[in-house]
Write a protein that binds this ligand. Structure first.
Ligand SMILES: [Zn+2]
Ligand SMILES: [Zn+2]
Ligand SMILES: [Zn+2]
Ligand SMILES: [Zn+2]
Ligand SMILES: [Zn+2]
Length: 355
């Protein structure tokens, strides 16, 4: 195998693996408590005292509770079955149905609880309205707002638009940049808190590769940074603004970080200590351990099979055909929640060979 084809081959393997993972039925079998503080999907349980529980616990232990989906939070430890979990039915045999602990476990002291845990979102302090046409964005920085979610109209500082959802159509508030023109959002509260650092970033020569938009909070003007960074003074006298970041911002931030003096530069400390997750990959924890093993087995099998069929799977189009067939094959498993077995995978390759 030449170098190029080896690299191509590896990247195809990666693609196949990602595809398989996406389609894997995800069994809510294990609680993430023992893994400690993670960036993970968190569900608030309002029945048990506004605690936050992991994905599996939300399904297995809090089935009849008033649950609010919070999407991801960083550094969060599951509260299910801990001394924070105010479960009312004391006759329940286990505190957490998955960990099967009989005595409450110690709750994490690191967990931070914003108003999201009471089911409230945004600066307007509202419950999530599934019928609203408003787009909501989560703040990627989050230290001031606890990774809150914001309505587009609240981001630009306008009153609530009484528009209800029209099919799948989403209408953005005036002043909001198109959603596909940026990758991440930082709310005006978090920008204000670290204004010194954001001003330094915005005056950096690489700023145009990092910052997509500057969105005034309370004014209809949305400033494109490519025009504003150098010519306009950034400080508008207490005017608050949010920022959006371009795709690939992490790599550019890492580049800036490299040029700074570790010992003396405050911007270095900001990037390194306060927002390392903006500079480095910060994946969301997903697979509970048992399922990960099954998924790993499956992927290993898939790859083994591909390896043997290296000659057959040559060429991107052949690979894409295989990928499409694999998706079709795995779809019923994903839909029914059935776990894929090694035999199923062998059957797939058998069927595929016959085609
Ligand atoms: Zn849990
Ligand atoms: Zn509950
Ligand atoms: Zn639980
Ligand atoms: Zn709002
Ligand atoms: Zn924020």
């Amino acid at each position: 195998m030449s170098n190029t084809s080896a690299i191509e081959y590896l990247s195809r393997q990666q693609e196949l693996e990602d595809e398989a993972r996406k389609l894997m039925p995800w069994d809510p079998k294990s609680c993430s408590y023992e893994k400690g503080a993670l960036r993970q999907q968190v569900f608030a349980c309002r029945t048990h005292g506004n605690i936050g529980v992991c994905y599996s616990c939300s399904i297995q232990c809090h089935t009849s509770c008033d649950i609010v989906e919070l999407f991801t939070k960083r550094n969060f430890t599951c509260d299910c079955g801990t001394d924070k979990d105010q479960s009312k039915s004391e006759n329940q045999q286990f505190k957490c149905q998955l960990r099967k602990n009989r005595e409450p476990d110690v709750a994490s002291l690191q967990n931070v609880y914003g108003h999201n845990f009471r089911g409230l979102f945004c600066s307007c302090n509202q419950e999530y309205d599934p019928d609203s046409s408003a787009v909501m964005l989560q703040c990627v920085l989050g230290s001031e707002c606890n990774e809150d979610w914001y309505h587009d109209y609240c981001i630009v500082g306008k009153p609530k638009q009484e528009v209800k959802k029209n099919g799948d159509e989403e209408t953005l508030a005036d002043g909001m940049p198109p959603l596909d023109s940026f990758d991440a959002f930082i709310c005006w509260k978090c920008v204000s808190k670290y204004e010194y650092y954001f001003q330094r970033l915005m005056s950096h020569p690489l700023a145009q590769d990092i910052i997509a938009h500057r969105i005034q909070h309370g004014s209809s003007e949305e400033k494109d940074v490519s025009h504003s960074v150098k010519k306009r003074p950034i400080d508008d006298g207490g005017n608050e603004y949010s920022l959006t970041l371009k795709h690939g911002y992490s790599k550019k931030l890492a580049k800036i970080k490299e040029t700074l003096d570790k010992e003396t530069d405050k911007l270095y400390k900001f990037l390194n200590d306060l927002v390392p997750f903006l500079v480095n990959d910060d994946p969301v924890y997903e697979e509970p351990e048992d399922t990960a093993t099954e998924a790993d087995d499956m992927v290993a099998l898939l790859l083994q099979n591909c390896m043997q069929r290296e000659h057959a799977v040559a060429g991107i189009s052949a690979f894409n055909t295989l990928k499409t067939r694999l998706s079709e094959y795995l779809k019923p498993f994903a839909e029914s929640g059935k776990v894929v077995s090694g035999e199923d995978i062998n059957n797939f390759f058998k069927e595929n060979d016959e085609k």
